[in-house]
Design a protein around this ligand. Structure first.
Ligand code: ADP
Ligand code: ADP
Length: 230
């Protein structure tokens, strides 16, 4: 069973203007997928639908076999914890410390204080920021901020990590570090979807699957040609 299934998904914000129009896509557990397309193609819209922040106008999105837009109100927080998200602009609490930012999703999930402490320590070790635990995020470089955001995104061990132009504000060196960490997250079994307009990101993970959004439809990038995703 694919982890993520999209069947005939259409999405419009304004009646008659479809961003996605008949989008079909299946993502297997453990895949690393680049979602490619120019600015405005609908990449963020698709990620927001996977997070449950936007609903498809038509069609269905199933995650682990469940229609995530039919979840009862009480099941939504638990679903959201199974999906981590990283943004181009980090979306950290800038005045709060690195450790506080990473601890937040653990506290929100009701983890006991001892576990929060040990998990934050492990996460900061993972992203190489254990020495900055007490530093306010606004004093970090962009690359460091994105590593904090990544630690926060995987704090509750999500099944899926979504990233929307995660290196869009970073220099090439910091981008390489962040992509290396995403690869490490993937190596631990997490399904990873990275949305970007930047083909140079592909070089970091050449073996990753590539899907393009064009005129509201997903296309699989094949060796010789592109084929519509069925
Ligand atoms: P991408 O991430 O590929 O740049 P987006 O999903 O952000 O694309 O945007 C796709 C299109 O949808 C754009 O034309 C954008 O202006 C429009 N759009 C995105 N969000 C909204 C919204 N909340 N309301 C109206 N239009 C939106
Ligand atoms: P360990 O394998 O002993 O936990 P690591 O250095 O490999 O040590 O990872 C440290 C921490 O980073 C883990 O405990 C976990 O909290 C976090 N981590 C790393 N990768 C992931 C992932 N894919 N999903 C969730 N958490 C992760």
């Amino acid at each position: 069973l694919p982890l993520i299934q999209c069947f005939h998904v259409a999405k419009s914000y304004v009646a008659g203007e479809d961003i996605l129009r008949d989008a079909n896509l299946q993502i297997l557990k453990g895949e690393f997928l680049f979602l490619m397309g120019p600015s405005g193609a609908g990449k963020s819209t698709f990620l927001k639908m996977l997070l449950g922040l936007e609903a498809p106008t038509r069609g269905h999105i199933l995650v682990d076999g469940r229609n995530i837009h039919r979840l009862s109100r009480k099941d939504i927080p638990a679903y959201r914890r199974t999906v981590g998200m990283v943004f181009q602009d980090f979306k950290l609490l800038p005045r709060d410390s690195v450790a506080y930012n990473v601890a937040l999703p653990l506290v929100a999930a009701g983890r006991p204080p001892g576990l929060v402490r040990s998990k934050v320590k492990a996460l900061l070790q993972f992203v190489g920021l254990e020495k900055k635990a007490g530093t306010p995020c606004c004093r970090l470089s962009g690359g460091e901020q994105q590593r904090v955001a990544l630690a926060r995104a995987v704090a509750n061990d999500p099944w899926i990590l979504l990233a929307d132009e995660p290196t869009g504000n970073l220099d090439p060196c910091a981008s390489a570090v962040v992509m290396e960490l995403m690869k490490a997250v993937h190596d631990r079994g997490t399904t990873v979807v990275v949305a970007t307009h930047d083909p140079s990101l592909l070089e970091h993970i050449p073996e990753a699957r590539r899907v393009h959004i064009h005129e509201g439809v997903f296309y699989e990038e094949a060796e010789a040609s592109s084929t519509v995703c069925a």
